[in-house]
Ligand binder design. Structure first.
Ligand code: DOR
Ligand code: ZN
Length: 341
């Protein structure tokens, strides 16, 4: 039985690092485990300009010890008024690694998101031409579509036509939650990929109502039925280069989670690698973990693989009730692997 697993240093291809005091509280949890991270731009106000992305990157780095080498990869939040020239300029200079598409009102701080993706033609043409990835929160926002169906309906109504109309655009369907999403990505060409979170590998929707209402299991897209969890697990451990690690760690203050209208988001950064590796072990796929965590993402983005390694060891680790004053994913549980010092 393998008791130690050494892999190339991994990256997190989807994380919310927030700003201000929250940024200071959470950023080290990501920087401790990952060499790079794709940082979501849904701040208030959202990160829509090169100047805003550069200033945000500087705040992230200022919140970390100066001797570290964590590299935040910044994203541009697309609005109806997104400017292709600014986006191309940011991509060229390295200020923007990718653009993030939030359908307006789909999730936290998405009020400035896109109301009609077809109106973004000039932006998407530019991104396709310069090879800049489009990262998508893939849910329709119509209130008459059942919340558990919003991802599948998005794929049918929006994503399939988008892939058809922009065949050379690199697309990441973020935080996939359904069998439909896993199948769509697997069957699409090599320019369509997906990130997968720990919570969508561990939990099905029963977790939201396990003995009572469980706000710390609530994120968007919401966790789905067991058959979807199994399909997403199969995709993660398949070894396909289209699926890679993106935690979607999304911290909110405890009182903003535990309220009459609690925020969506799971703070999974503190034990992210431990959480993922547990799944790969349960699936008998520890040999596929390095690809998922450290290789598929950079290859898709066209970035170099990291130098250096991290080691996980088979030793129990108790996840505390609070980390940095917040409730982490797996709080109170014991995980079977831990990151070696
Ligand atoms: O659960 C989520 N939280 N999903 C998102 O898409 C956004 C995120 C957040 O920013 O809190
Ligand atoms: Zn997210």
């Amino acid at each position: 039985m393998t008791d130690r697993l050494t892999i190339r240093r991994p990256d997190d291809w989807h994380v919310h690092l927030r700003d201000g005091a929250m940024l200071e509280a959470v950023v080290s949890q990501t920087a401790r485990q990952f060499a790079r991270a794709i940082v979501m731009p849904n701040l208030t106000p959202p990160v829509t300009t090169v100047a805003a992305a550069e200033a945000y990157r500087a705040r992230i780095l200022a919140a970390l010890p100066a001797d570290g080498d964590f590299r935040p990869l910044m994203t541009c939040y697309l609005t109806d008024g997104a400017d292709p020239t600014e986006i191309a300029r940011g991509h060229e200079s390295g200020a923007f690694t990718a653009c993030k598409l939030y359908p307006a009102h789909a999730t936290t701080n998405s009020a400035h998101g896109v109301t009609d993706i077809r109106a973004l033609g000039p932006v998407l043409d530019t991104m396709q031409r310069i090879g800049m990835p489009l990262l998508i929160h893939g849910e329709v926002t119509d209130r008459d579509v059942d919340i558990f169906d919003r991802e599948a309906v998005f794929i049918e109504r929006t994503l399939a036509p988008l892939v058809r109309d922009f065949p050379d655009l690199k697309i990441v369907l973020e935080h996939i939650t359904t069998a439909e999403a896993a199948a769509f990505v697997a069957d699409a060409g090599p320019l369509v990929a997906a990130t997968i979170t720990p919570q969508h590998l561990h939990l099905n929707r029963n977790a939201l109502f396990d003995g009572g209402l469980r706000p710390h299991a609530y994120c968007l897209p919401v966790i789905k039925r067991e058959r979807h969890r199994l399909a997403v697990r199969a995709a993660a451990v398949s070894g396909s280069p289209k699926f890679f690690l993106g935690t979607d760690s999304a911290p909110h203050a405890v009182e903003r989670k535990e309220m009459d209208c609690g925020c969506a988001g799971i703070f999974n950064a503190p034990f992210a690698l431990e959480s993922y590796v547990a799944v790969f072990e349960e699936e008998g796929a520890l040999d596929k973990f390095e690809g998922f965590a450290s290789e598929h993402g950079p290859r898709f983005y066209g970035l170099p693989l990291n130098e250096g390694t991290v080691t996980l060891e088979r030793k129990p680790v108790e996840v505390p009730a609070r980390v940095a004053g917040l409730v982490p994913f797996h709080a109170g549980e014991t995980l079977g692997w831990r990151l070696a010092e």
